[in-house]
Design a protein around this ligand. Structure first.
Ligand code: ADP
Ligand code: ASP
Ligand code: MG
Length: 412
């Protein structure tokens, strides 16, 4: 491990020139004592804007071309950040993902990093430069630009920390750290000073967009300590994410997450025979569509099954297209979709084997007239699918029922 500082600034932190100048002051002050690598996202809502442009051209834009377009958002940010730093007298150099050897698999829109050739950054650091890298992008073996999936700049930062041998990666954002729930939705959400990789990974996978789940996975695999901090209050310590030794003994539940970017799909009346579920998942796998909460309900008298699952709503059209193409082959009656759902999840390292927890969770939703459409649970989470317009209220009720505003917290 070395003392290279790897800092990532999200879209809200670089939304305007004034904010870029603020970010650069943080970088400039740190660069006086340590080598610094800065990863930046696209400015504000630039990625959403670029996606909207692409959709005006095509309802399902070519994935290679889309990556080329989306990657330009981060390119604007790195150039402006490096220019601002130079204006302040800091010897900065900016690079795209491809320029610093971030190699990804040959998949577009959600590519995973396979390797980083750290030579370019190491040479620049050795030359006393502050290195500014575009988040969210890489290059595949054909030399085509790829992107890592929405929110992927966090993953770029952690991957660079791994490749450079830095022990810590700071994720600067627009809130003070990781809270027990989205502080912009749940007023009583409590800031956590420390949380384990496992807990935050569940939160991130279940919709807490404060950090990209793959960034947490990578940090856990390579033992990189993450700190989530507020760009606008850099004096605060934020939240530390690490192994969380000894944490389970004092905190059973750690948070509530809401994911509104979800949709539910059902394939009705498929024959109850081997190979059906495999055929469905293969078809979706070919399109790189991630499915979750897969449920099969069996009607013993008629020998037919319904298979239901959730997908990210950006994959809904493609999912319906793929399954509709399979409908006759599967001898299914119909493919149904519900685009207005959300997942609300309770997360905690101590959920396993505690029967009172699901009873309390389902009880509070039932007592308040919130219908649960699907349920799934595992060691560290219980997820309920509810109507999207009820999701915030459901999360607030759960947060209150489990007294998360007073959850045990320590920096031990
Ligand atoms: P950035 O642009 O810095 O990447 P994001 O918008 O991706 O920022 O993530 C920060 C946002 O995540 C916060 O503004 C907050 O609304 C949301 N969020 C959701 N769940 C949580 C949570 N448990 N703790 C903190 N923030 C959360
Ligand atoms: N700009 C990309 C997005 O909006 C990546 C990121 O911000 O992390 O998803
Ligand atoms: Mg983000």
């Amino acid at each position: 491990m070395n003392d290279t500082a790897v800092l990532k600034f999200g879209g809200t932190s670089v939304k305007s020139i004034a904010r870029i100048q603020h970010v650069c002051r943080i970088v400039e002050s740190l660069s006086q004592s340590r080598p610094v690598v800065v990863v930046v996202s696209a400015m504000g809502d630039t990625t959403d804007y670029l996606l909207k442009l692409a959709r005006q051209v095509s309802s399902s834009p070519d994935k290679r071309e889309l990556d080329l377009l989306l990657s330009t958002g981060e390119q604007i940010s790195i150039a402006l950040t490096a220019m601002t730093l130079r204006q302040m007298g800091v010897r900065a150099l900016s690079f795209t993902g491809g320029q610093v050897g971030i190699f990804t698999e040959n998949v577009h829109n959600k590519a995973r990093i396979v390797d980083i050739n750290g030579d370019v950054i190491e040479r620049a650091l050795a030359d006393g430069r502050v290195v500014v890298v575009a988040g969210f992008q890489g290059v595949n073996e054909k030399g085509d630009i790829t992107t890592l999936g929405r929110g992927g700049s966090d993953t770029t930062a952690v991957a660079l920390a791994v490749s450079l041998g830095a022990g810590v990666c700071d994720i600067y954002t627009d809130v003070d750290g990781i809270y027990t729930a989205d502080p912009n939705v749940i007023s009583g959400a409590r800031l956590l000073s420390r949380i384990s990789y496992g807990e935050v990974l569940e939160m991130a996978r279940l919709g807490a967009q404060v950090i990209h789940p793959r960034a947490v996975e990578l940090a856990r695999r390579y033992g990189i300590k993450l700190r989530v901090r507020n760009t606008f209050h850099p004096e605060m310590e934020g939240t530390t994410i690490d192994q969380g030794e000894n944490m389970e003994i004092f905190r059973t539940v750690s948070g509530v997450a809401i994911d509104k970017d979800q949709a539910c799909v059902a394939i009705m009346d498929v024959p109850d025979q081997p190979g059906i579920a495999a055929r469905i998942t293969q078809a979706l796998c070919e399109e790189n569509i991630v499915i979750d909460m897969i449920m099969q309900s069996f009607h013993p008298t008629i020998g037919l099954n319904n298979i239901t699952f959730t997908v990210n709503d950006s994959d809904l059209d493609q999912t319906i297209n793929s399954l509709s193409a399979l409908k006759d082959e599967l001898r299914a009656r119909e493919v149904l979709a519900d685009p207005d759902i959300a997942k609300v999840s309770l997360i905690g390292a101590g959920l396993v084997g505690q029967p009172t927890i699901p009873a309390k969770l389902f009880g509070v939703l039932g007592a308040n007239g919130i219908n649960i459409k699907m349920i799934s649970s595992s060691e560290m989470k219980i997820t309920c699918v509810v109507a999207r317009q009820q999701a915030d209220r459901a999360a607030a009720l759960i947060h209150q029922a489990f007294e998360l505003d007073a959850v045990c917290d320590t920096r031990a």
